[in-house]
Design a protein around this ligand. Structure first.
Ligand SMILES: NC(=O)c1ccc[n+]([C@@H]2O[C@H](COP(=O)([O-])OP(=O)(O)OC[C@H]3O[C@@H](n4cnc5c(N)ncnc54)[C@H](OP(=O)(O)O)[C@@H]3O)[C@@H](O)[C@H]2O)c1
Length: 312
């Protein structure tokens, strides 16, 4: 297959692109940075398309290449519904295939917080068979792009909703927890502040496991049209267990709570109680990595190493 990944240098996009390369596919990846093209994409056999995907010139450049591809994945950082809709429409605009041709697969990367129902018993549990919820205000825009993708007649539209993703540079776990713990570990007090509640349970997934789901879903795109997959481990973890593990590996002595500010931080402490099953049922997908708490020694070291490597 020919695969085009928008946001190929990203936390989700790069491991996904590498998984497709290992799967024997021809992989194009977009980046705005010539340096990333030369140092990150090309060395990993990902064909760089250097462009700002939202600019007029960029839309034509990536649209022309993506129109020749069998799979297009939007893994750009989330900036609300409008940019994601523009990206999808730009792809459709460039698509020009003779009638009867195979349709391409379009995968939109979404997030699991649109399924959160808060902490509680079985009434709060969710999976791929459950509708979205109105619990987290911060992500109420997601269906505005998900629905057109899922209902499109022109592509095999699929949505993958990621849980909170861990591994490598830590992504949201870095900004909410690791960065604060690292800073505090260098103080006398060694107590870090972080946004948490005692009841919060976090659904999470390693970025390599999510990459494997992208690959499996994309390869089966023509029979998975209109489906939503949830990229999450089989069990959730209590946020305070994650924080305790960070205390253990960071040299900190403890943590104290910061009140959530704004809808995104409210979503961070909302619980998403989930046990996904559709990825396994339809593609044989099973996450392989250790959970965040169990593998914290590895994930903390990887976070520290990535922080050193990061170009300022
Ligand atoms: N990270 C998570 O834990 C997580 C969990 C669930 C869902 N998601 C969703 O998955 C998607 C991808 O997330 P991510 O964490 O992988 O994203 P990311 O690493 O923050 O960004 C992906 C790529 O988007 C490009 N980009 C960033 N800002 C841009 C801009 N203003 N204009 C054009 N390109 C821009 C960057 O590429 P260049 O700089 O190379 O151009 C970047 O590498 C988002 O919708 C996110 O909400 C993420």
């Amino acid at each position: 297959m020919k695969v085009f990944i928008l946001g190929a240098t990203g936390f989700l996009g790069l491991p996904a692109a590498e998984a497709f390369v290992r799967g024997g596919h021809i992989v194009y990846g977009s980046t705005r940075s010539q340096k990333s093209a030369e140092e990150v994409l090309a060395p990993n056999e990902i064909i760089p398309v250097v462009t700002d995907p939202y600019s007029e010139e960029g839309r034509k450049k990536w649209g022309d290449i993506a129109a020749q591809c069998d799979v297009v994945i939007d893994a750009l950082s989330a900036n609300g519904a409008k940019p994601a809709i523009d990206i999808f429409h730009n792809f459709l605009k460039h698509l020009d295939r003779p009638r009867g041709s195979p349709k391409p697969t379009y995968i939109y990367t979404s997030g699991l917080w649109i399924n959160s129902r808060g902490y509680g018993g079985l009434g709060k549990w969710t999976d791929e068979r459950q509708p979205t919820s109105t619990y987290n205000e911060a992500v109420q825009w997601r269906p505005l792009i998900e629905v057109p993708v899922l209902e499109s007649e022109k592509v095999h539209g699929i949505v993958i909703r990621g849980a909170v993703v861990y591994g490598r540079d830590g992504s949201a776990f870095a900004s909410y927890i690791f960065d604060e713990a690292l800073k505090a570990s260098k103080t006398d007090e060694k107590i870090f502040e972080t946004v948490y509640s005692h009841e919060t349970r976090i659904a999470s997934i390693h970025t390599d496991d999510m990459a494997d789901l992208y690959l499996r879903v994309a390869e089966r795109g023509p029979i998975l049209r209109g489906q939503v997959f949830m990229a999450s481990n089989q069990s959730t973890e209590r946020l305070t267990d994650i924080l305790d593990a960070v205390v253990r590996v960071s040299g900190c002595k403890g943590y104290k709570a910061k009140a959530p500010k704004g809808a995104m931080q409210e979503a961070w402490v909302s619980s998403t109680l989930i046990k996904p099953s559709l990825g396994d049922a339809l593609t044989g997908w099973r996450p392989k990595k250790m959970s965040l708490v169990d593998g914290m020694d590895i994930y903390w070291s990887s976070y520290l190493a990535n922080k050193k490597l990061r170009v300022p």
